[in-house]
Write a protein that binds this ligand. Structure first.
Ligand code: PDD
Length: 281
């Protein structure tokens, strides 16, 4: 695989980043995941805009403009012949000479930029989408700026492991009784034909897939409510699903062992997945 590091396209085994990189030492960096479908990028501009916002919030200078980012994405997709999969990008505050809590001087320490691709031939024809996902709920003990897409992914990773240990696929996180989001996706329930998902705030990541799916749902005359919903409300829902760049729309069929819609993917979630894939192609 050919990867991109700080201006160079290299075989993955030759790519190097300093041990002093603040991404490595302090999780001081941000990332994006852009899906590739039929060799084309989905929602590149949405991901670029969110990247700019994340960098801005952390006072990291954007090392490239939109067209340069797009060029690197396209190069990697082409060089690695990705048909279905994703482009991962990460920008960290860079690697000053020493470990220090104080941010380094941006004039002497440039951000580190890394991009690579991952292929996933089962993106569209996904066995998990056919059977639906089981989720368990866990406390949301992450920091308070979940709207910034940082590389601090230890708790989401632990959450997924907690779910797997219980025989489930993923975890939904809970704050003050209400679901915030999944470990790496936005969370939705459907009751009496109404789609409910938490409103945007610093409590959740502003999903690019979320924005697209809510737009498609409204265009298809489905009702959408952006508000908090509780764990009890979720367990009593008709359907549930999650969205993310890598999962598209993924039906949820059980929450803490309580089955939804007889334990099979619901009709509206299934329809939304189809619409999302059709519209993105
Ligand atoms: N995760 N919420 C969280 C906490 C996420 O990590 C993600 C994305 C989303 C969905 O955002 P989007 O629709 O823009 O992908 C919501 C990516 C895919 C990941 O970490 O792999």
């Amino acid at each position: 695989r050919i990867v991109y590091v700080n201006g160079d396209y290299l075989p993955e085994g030759e790519a190097k980043v300093s041990i002093f990189d603040r991404g490595f030492l302090m999780a001081d960096g941000v990332y994006e995941v852009t899906t590739v479908l039929d060799g084309k990028l989905i929602d590149f501009d949405g991901h670029f805009t969110r990247l700019e916002r994340s960098l801005n919030e952390l006072d990291i200078a954007n090392p490239m403009d939109r067209d340069q980012w797009l060029e690197v994405h396209r190069q990697l997709v082409a060089q690695n012949a990705v048909d279905q999969g994703m482009v991962y990008l990460q920008v960290t505050r860079g690697a000053p000479g020493d470990r220090d809590f104080i941010f380094p001087d941006p004039d002497t320490t440039a951000p580190t930029v890394v991009l690579f691709t991952q292929s996933n031939p089962a993106l569209v024809d996904s066995p998990k989408a056919r059977r639906g996902m089981k989720v368990v709920t866990i406390d949301d003990i992450r920091w308070g700026r979940r709207d910034i897409k940082t590389v601090q992914l230890l708790y989401p990773s632990m959450g997924k492991m907690m779910a797997i240990k219980q025989g489930a696929d993923d975890a939904w996180m809970v704050q003050d009784g209400a679901i915030t989001e999944g470990t790496s996706n936005n969370a939705y329930i459907i009751k009496d034909g109404k789609i409910v998902t938490r409103a945007l705030s610093n409590d959740i990541l502003h999903g690019i897939t979320r924005a697209a799916v809510l737009r498609f749902a409204r265009e298809a005359q489905m009702q959408v409510e952006e508000r908090n919903f509780t764990v009890d409300e979720a367990k009593a829902a008709d359907e549930a699903f999650v969205t993310s760049a890598s999962a598209f729309v993924m039906p949820v069929v059980s929450i803490d062992g309580a089955e939804l819609g007889g334990g099979v993917p619901g009709p509206l979630a299934t329809r939304l997945r189809e619409i999302y894939i059709e519209e993105s192609r």
